[in-house]
Write a protein that binds this ligand. Structure first.
Ligand SMILES: NC(=O)c1ccc[n+]([C@@H]2O[C@H](COP(=O)([O-])OP(=O)(O)OC[C@H]3O[C@@H](n4cnc5c(N)ncnc54)[C@H](O)[C@@H]3O)[C@@H](O)[C@H]2O)c1
Length: 342
């Protein structure tokens, strides 16, 4: 069954979710279309994708966070130019958050902006495909070059999820858990799916609810001037860890460690216990010291004049933002390190 809903953005766009929805892709209104496809998705689903996109040009994007780079940005832009894609053309992003963010950023900037269609293929991308944030990384900071550029349509075809490795399932649950902590209704709903095994069996309905939490935040505050910053729960510390691990740690796993870290800065409300139930927060082998984390966290987008702002929570569904000083962060880091580093 297909579920469809409208995101009230400027311009508004439809999200279609279900087994086989990718086959409904329509590019009739465009002069030309070009597909950016994640390498692993291409390996596992080439025939299925070809049946839908027919003779469109395909750019295969190497798997992994390293592809969110200026180099890959340039490769795609040159493809667009060589294929004479004009302002009425469209880019189709088929993959996880990496391809979505990269291809979306190309669409945001090519000829001052062309349309793009998101075809998310990971659990985590239920989050990244909504809200219009697109970005690439630099060596200094993650997502440091970016834009707001809404997709024109999202086709979330759950058929792609069948080939998702366990590591990526867990990563997706990192962002699902974040939405669960941010929204008491979703939190209560998730009590029926208290562990990973049960939750995985009900993934489609969980994704729909989780997307609606994201929808609520981005519709209320599309350009992150206010409540949308709460979606960064777990990300200040999480992004730093991702970088320190040289991206060997998945995004969602890093966010989970980041939410655990944030809980050391506030009243404990069972966040760590729930993350463990969903297979997250396993002992981590990583060479990490406080000073490196601290310096990376200063580059967080929420920091102002070097003061690091954290999203914290004392009650489920009631996040708040707070500047946290170095000594408090050091103490939280020591607690975090004792619990999670081997
Ligand atoms: N724009 C936003 O609002 C937003 C929100 C959250 C996260 N993000 C970004 O999303 C990125 C993480 O996204 P992700 O977790 O989807 O990572 P990803 O795109 O790197 O995909 C994870 C891995 O799964 C593989 N893969 C993807 N789909 C597959 C499938 N169906 N079958 C088999 N393998 C598959 C990929 O090749 C990759 O190895 C990060 O860069 C993060 O910053 C963006």
């Amino acid at each position: 069954m297909t579920n469809s809903f409208l995101i009230h953005a400027i311009p508004p766009y439809m999200i279609h979710v279900g087994d086989g929805v990718f086959a409904e892709l329509s590019v009739k209104k465009y002069s030309q279309a070009i597909c950016c496809v994640d390498e692993r998705v291409w390996q596992s689903h080439e025939q299925y994708i070809r049946d839908v996109i027919k003779d469109m040009t395909v750019i295969v994007i190497p798997s992994g966070e390293k592809s969110k780079s200026l180099d890959k940005y340039q490769v795609i832009i040159e493809h667009l130019l060589k294929n004479h894609i004009d302002r009425k053309g469209v880019i189709i992003a088929i993959g996880g958050g990496v391809v979505g963010d990269l291809a979306g950023f190309c669409a945001a900037t090519y000829m001052r902006g062309i349309d793009f269609i998101q075809v998310p293929t990971t659990i985590l991308a239920h989050d990244s495909a909504i809200g219009g944030k697109v970005a690439i990384n630099t060596d200094v900071a993650k997502n440091s070059i970016g834009a707001f550029h809404q997709p024109t349509t999202v086709y979330y075809d759950t058929q792609f999820l069948a080939t998702l490795p366990e590591r990526e399932v867990l990563s997706g649950f990192g962002e699902i858990c974040k939405h669960m902590f941010l929204d008491k209704h979703f939190y209560d709903f998730m009590q029926a799916f208290p562990d990973l095994a049960v939750a995985e069996e009900n993934i489609e309905t969980i994704l729909l609810h989780s997307m609606q939490v994201k929808q609520k935040f981005v519709e209320e505050d599309p350009y992150e001037n206010d409540v949308r910053k709460y979606l960064n729960f777990g990300h200040t510390f999480g992004h730093a860890l991702e970088q320190i691990s040289n991206y060997s740690l998945s995004h969602g796993a890093a966010v989970a460690y980041g939410m655990a870290f944030a809980e050391y800065l506030a009243t404990p409300i069972g966040i760590r216990e729930m993350l463990i139930n969903y297979g997250l927060l396993t002992p981590l082998q990583l060479d990490v010291d406080f000073d490196t984390v601290y310096n990376l966290m200063k580059n967080d987008k929420k920091s102002v004049s070097g003061a690091i702002q954290f999203v914290l929570m004392d009650v489920i569904g009631h996040p708040y933002a707070q500047v946290v000083g170095e000594s408090e962060l050091r103490e939280a880091f020591d607690n975090w390190r004792m619990e999670y580093l081997v």
